[in-house]
Design a binder for this molecule. Structure first.
Ligand SMILES: Nc1ncnc2c1ncn2[C@@H]1O[C@H](COP(=O)(O)OP(=O)(O)OP(=O)(O)O)[C@@H](O)[C@H]1O
Ligand SMILES: CC(C)(CO)[C@@H](O)C(=O)[O-]
Ligand code: BAL
Length: 271
């Protein structure tokens, strides 16, 4: 596996690779990331992964400094997964002094995560645009776990006529249903045992609606159950899958964000 940490090296390595599918990550890799790498193999002859903890997408009071970093282990995992190229830019390589351009995305990026984390999707859209430009990837893989992010990136690529295919990949879950996430490691053992109640409550709400319960009643019951289980719910809502506009009833996407202890969990499911 080739490793590049600056743009000249990246360009030199790219010259000897064929068309590329890119897996953008912030590192601290797990099975969810590996599923994106496996899917990338189906999209192009060469596979690249980027690891970059992007300061631009973190708010001033968020967890940038404690975001998990484990580069040596990540590189071993990428190598074992058959990745051809690892792109690990420094913050200076990604954002040299004097930069003055960002990508502001509205539409799918409005509300929900966009409201809870002001500036977050500006940071995500800017870094993804740069990663697409830097690598010239023909396809990029994103997890459905971050559903609004996936739709926001599709919005950017559509609006800016970018010649890249955006591929959404299913959420990989732990045995008890919790969506895998790099931040799950910050759950205490008691919180970890409790965490699967989030997807559990979402599934129960979807099942109740399928049996004829009104969405309002089904979601109210899920909210009450989660509050009783110790979650601080940011949102639990039915939305149109692509626009992320709130909608009254299925068919829809059920999206949720909830805090358990110091950890913010995201999840979503078709409803
Ligand atoms: N459980 C998962 N299943 C499928 N894809 C995932 C999963 N978790 C993360 N991804 C995807 O991997 C890519 C990189 O995500 P990232 O590096 O932020 O990992 P993460 O586990 O989502 O970490 P975080 O704790 O920041 O949410 C994103 O496209 C994300 O949606
Ligand atoms: C897409 C991404 C790598 C951009 O920094 C990040 O938001 C993530 O890991 O989901
Ligand atoms: N996977 C989403 C990246 C973030 O939380 O900033």
């Amino acid at each position: 596996m080739r490793i590049a940490r600056d743009l000249p090296t990246l360009r030199a390595e790219l010259a000897s690779l064929g068309p590329l599918a890119l897996v953008p990550t912030m590192g601290a890799l797990h099975e969810g990331h590996l599923s994106l790498l496996a899917a990338a193999r189906q999209e192009a002859p060469a596979v690249a992964a980027s690891i970059f903890v992007n300061p631009l997408q973190f708010g001033p009071n968020e967890d940038l400094s404690r975001y998990p970093r484990q580069e040596a282990r990540d590189l071993e995992m990428l190598e074992a997964a058959g990745c051809d190229l690892a792109w690990l830019p420094s913050v200076e390589a990604m954002y040299p002094p004097g930069r003055a351009t960002t990508i502001d995305v509205e539409g799918a990026a409005e509300g929900w995560e966009g409201a809870a984390r002001p500036g977050h999707f500006r940071g995500v859209a800017t870094v993804c645009t740069k990663l697409f430009q830097q690598t010239g990837a023909v396809a990029a893989m994103f997890g459905e776990k971050d559903w609004q992010q996936l739709q926001a990136i599709r919005q950017v690529v559509r609006d800016l006529d970018m010649p890249i295919r955006i591929i959404g990949c299913p959420t990989v879950r732990e045995a008890d249903g919790l969506a895998m996430s790099s931040r799950n490691r910050f759950l205490s053992p008691a919180e970890r045992a409790q965490a699967a109640a989030l997807p559990g409550a979402m599934q129960a709400a979807i099942a109740a609606m399928a049996r004829g319960a009104t969405p309002a009643a089904a979601l109210a019951e899920a909210r009450a159950g989660l509050a009783a289980a110790g979650f601080a719910l940011d949102y639990l809502a039915l939305v149109e899958p692509e626009t992320l506009r709130a909608c009254a009833a299925p068919p829809a996407r059920l999206i949720a964000a909830a805090r358990l202890g110091g950890v913010r969990l995201l999840d979503n499911m078709p409803a």
